[in-house]
Design a protein around this ligand. Structure first.
Ligand code: PGA
Length: 255
């Protein structure tokens, strides 16, 4: 882990309840985890609940959304806009998670628009990218991550990574219990930083690159030892408060 403040982000996906959020706010209340940003991205209907819980406690949990519309407003039934998220005091938005790409057909260009819309409203986008097992077997890993990052650079310029975050999430590692090895993850994180550095070295050195894919309380410490890993995007283990806490503590110990 480099000097950048680590971010441990929990992506609850289509899981969780109000009472689980209360438990998290309680467990992360006045907790002594310093120099680590801790974020929960619950389903959007629970965002306001988390904000209220934070107001009533000293919970350190930051608030994020799992996706957002690329549209500002209008006739888009079922969508949620960035300004609505902002009104709820959401700080972060995950864009282009592999499930959104694979199940909901989000293209690199659409994801780039979501990234841009998020940034323009002063929220922090977390851009997800990662290869499938098939891509990896065909040596396409670097092509896939370049494609997703270049779609953002082409639309908004390299400067947009000054205030954004990248999450490298190999699809084959998500929800499978089969995390990338620390070396495999570091190799891709390093590639991503170098890729950004071709445009602007200072921005490349300043961007936080999270690893995601079966991160848990057992493998986190080794992952966080890697130079270019600046935290984690956690699915399954973010639904269990003591596991998520343990991952946050490993991030702190790695500093
Ligand atoms: P996982 O999910 O930790 O359950 O593998 C990670 C993610 O999808 O962000």
């Amino acid at each position: 882990m480099s000097q950048l403040t680590p971010l441990i982000a929990g992506n609850w996906k289509l899981n969780g309840t109000k009472s689980l959020l209360s438990e998290f706010a309680h467990v992360f209340n006045s907790i002594n985890i310093s120099n680590v940003d801790v974020l929960i991205c619950p389903p959007s209907v629970y965002i306001d609940t988390l904000v209220q819980l934070n107001e009533n406690t000293d919970s350190i949990l930051k608030v994020g959304a799992q996706t957002v519309s690329e549209q500002i407003s209008g006739a888009f039934t079922g969508e949620i806009s960035v300004s609505m998220l902002k009104e709820l005091q959401t700080e972060f938005v995950i864009v282009g998670h592999s499930e959104r790409r694979a199940i909901f057909g989000e293209t690199p260009e659409l994801v780039a628009k979501k990234y841009q819309t998020t940034l323009m409203n002063q929220l922090t986008p977390i851009l997800c990218t990662g290869e499938t097992e098939n891509d990896r077997n065909n040596n396409l890993t670097f092509d896939i991550v370049s494609r997703d990052i270049d779609a953002v650079i082409n639309l908004t310029g390299i400067e947009s990574f000054k205030d954004g975050i990248i999450a490298y999430e190999p699809v084959w590692a998500i929800g499978t219990g089969k995390s990338a090895t620390p070396q495999q993850a570091q190799e891709v994180h390093h590639f991503i930083r170098n890729h950004l550095a071709k445009h602007n070295d200072e921005i490349a050195q300043g961007v936080r690159i999270l690893y995601g894919g079966s991160v848990n309380e057992k493998n986190a410490a080794e992952l966080f030892k890697q130079d270019d890993i600046n935290g984690a995007l956690v699915g399954g283990a973010s639904l269990v408060s003591d596991k998520f806490m343990s991952i946050c503590q490993h991030a702190q110990s790695s500093l």
